[in-house]
Design a protein around this ligand. Structure first.
Ligand code: GDP
Ligand code: IMO
Ligand code: MG
Length: 428
């Protein structure tokens, strides 16, 4: 069997959590491959709402095996909070959730360093989630990091050494901190983490594939936040793209099957950085209100704009997307006209290629399509789609050259319409 990958094609928050949950019944195993508690994946069903940060979104359907892969960074404190909140609601994950021993730990000082680096950048700050993501991945790459597997051997000594290095940096940045406060509960949380299956996930996953088991890999963030291909430096610190699944789970490229690319019917971005189709006017505000565009974890207001097909084509190319999934279609229900950016004009020159420089010099070139002005959130099948919505879908499919297999019309698991079911997509 192969690993199907589900990932975001924009700047994150596309609705990955919801769709992983919808697709879970079709798979034996669900595995997160990168990112950490910077993610906030929202799932809604049976009038319950859950926001998952480090735990994969496959935990609610059918007792499936869930894995946190080696490419993920884990803060034991936040992991404990998340797992205990789920346990309190009757979802004991200790038997069903495994964690790679090679996943790196986010230390208390990584959180402090994240804050210190942001403060030092002043106006040009990235607007990180403040969870210590960048510093934890930096230590991984510079070969100073601590991994989940390290908790089993001589952890205290290794920890003390790295903490001392971090303190030197914090002091050089004149950053005020209280180490006792930062470390409070962290070591207890590390003990809590040991209750889970700490595994060599690359062996486990490859063995499961050999036995004919199906695996769905869950991405975090989005392609435009990728460390290599996003709008650097306004990006996260991991490879959010499909290749990140190979390194983040230890699966070979030829073992990748479907690549599900998720996008919103418009665009959002939270934090700083270029956003060519951003709307700083009443239309942007209307999208924000209708889509409840506030960060699931940080509560920060998300910047909103029209769909950007230049960026989407780029994301499809980099990921090798085989199926598209369009989210939040219902948010555009009231607009008489919908715009889609098909090209950029940069210093008077038109291009459809995503450029190196993604600063203010970009002028998006739009086509206008008639809106459907019909509520969609109650719809159960594509037979009910308004004519103008079908025209919008047909336009996107022609522009993007990939079919849109699933359309989401609301946050609930049930508000999911499958247009075609070749392969493993499922829904209502
Ligand atoms: P993720 O990080 O990609 O999992 O996405 P988030 O959970 O951060 O953000 C998506 C938000 O949109 C959440 O609040 C979801 O409940 C909500 N959502 C998902 N799909 C839809 C949809 O089709 N329509 C509407 N209105 N909301 C949706
Ligand atoms: P999900 O998985 C949206 C953004 C931050 C910031 C930049 C770097 O829910 O889609 P970081 O804390 O990673 O160093 O912040 O990336 N960011 C996200 N934006 N959704 C996310 O995750 C994000 N994770 C990080 O806002 O601009
Ligand atoms: Mg999110």
């Amino acid at each position: 069997m192969k690993v199907d990958v589900l990932l975001g094609l924009q700047w994150g928050d596309e609705g990955k959590g919801k769709i992983v949950d919808v697709l879970t019944p079709e798979y034996d195993v669900i595995a997160r491959f990168q990112g950490g508690p910077n993610a906030g994946h929202t799932l809604e069903f049976n009038e319950h709402k859950y926001i998952l940060r480090s735990i994969p979104s496959g935990i609610f359907q059918g007792g499936k095996m869930n894995i946190i892969g080696n490419g993920v960074v884990i803060d034991p404190l936040l992991f404990r909070q998340e797992a205990e909140a789920l346990a309190a609601e009757g979802h004991d994950l200790t038997k069903r959730l495994s964690v790679s021993k090679k996943a790196h730990l986010i230390l208390p000082t990584h959180r402090l360093l994240d804050a210190a680096y942001e403060a030092a950048k002043g106006e040009s700050k990235i607007g990180t989630t403040g969870k210590g993501i960048g510093p934890a991945y930096t230590d991984k790459v510079s070969r100073n990091g601590l991994r989940v597997g390290d908790v089993l051997h001589d952890f205290e000594n290794k920890y003390r050494l790295i903490r001392a290095k971090h303190e030197t940096i914090l002091q050089s940045l004149d950053f005020a901190y209280d180490m006792n406060e930062a470390e409070a509960g962290w070591f207890e949380a590390l003990e809590y983490l040991k209750k889970f299956n700490l595994i060599d996930s690359e062996h486990v996953i490859n063995q499961l594939l050999k036995e004919g088991k199906s695996v769905l890999a869950e991405g975090a963030q989005g392609t435009m936040l990728d460390i290599d291909f996003g709008s650097y430096p306004y990006v996260t610190s991991s490879n959010t793209i499909c290749a990140g699944c190979c390194t983040g789970l230890g699966v070979a490229p030829h073992k990748i099957g479907e690549v599900y690319g998720i996008f919103k019917a418009y665009c959002t971005r939270v934090g700083s950085g270029p956003f060519p189709t951003e709307l700083s006017d009443e239309t942007g505000e209307t999208i924000c209100r209708a889509g409840h565009e506030f960060g699931s974890v940080t509560g920060r207001k998300r910047r909103c704009g029209w769909i950007d097909l230049v960026a989407l084509r780029y994301a499809i190319l980099i990921n090798g997307v085989t199926k598209l999934i369009m989210m939040k279609s219902d948010v555009l229900d009231t607009f008489p006209t919908i715009k889609a950016c098909v090209a950029y004009s940069i210093k008077g020159k038109e291009t459809t290629e995503f450029p190196y420089e993604t600063d203010a010099a970009i002028e998006p070139l739009y086509v206008e399509l008639p809106g459907w002005e019909t509520p969609m959130s109650h719809m159960q099948s594509e037979d009910e789609f308004p004519e103008e919505f079908n025209a919008y879908l047909a336009f996107l499919e022609e522009e993007l050259e990939i079919p849109v297999g699933i359309v989401s019309v609301g946050p609930d698991r049930e508000q999911t319409i499958v247009r075609y079911t070749d392969g493993s997509a499922s829904g209502n």
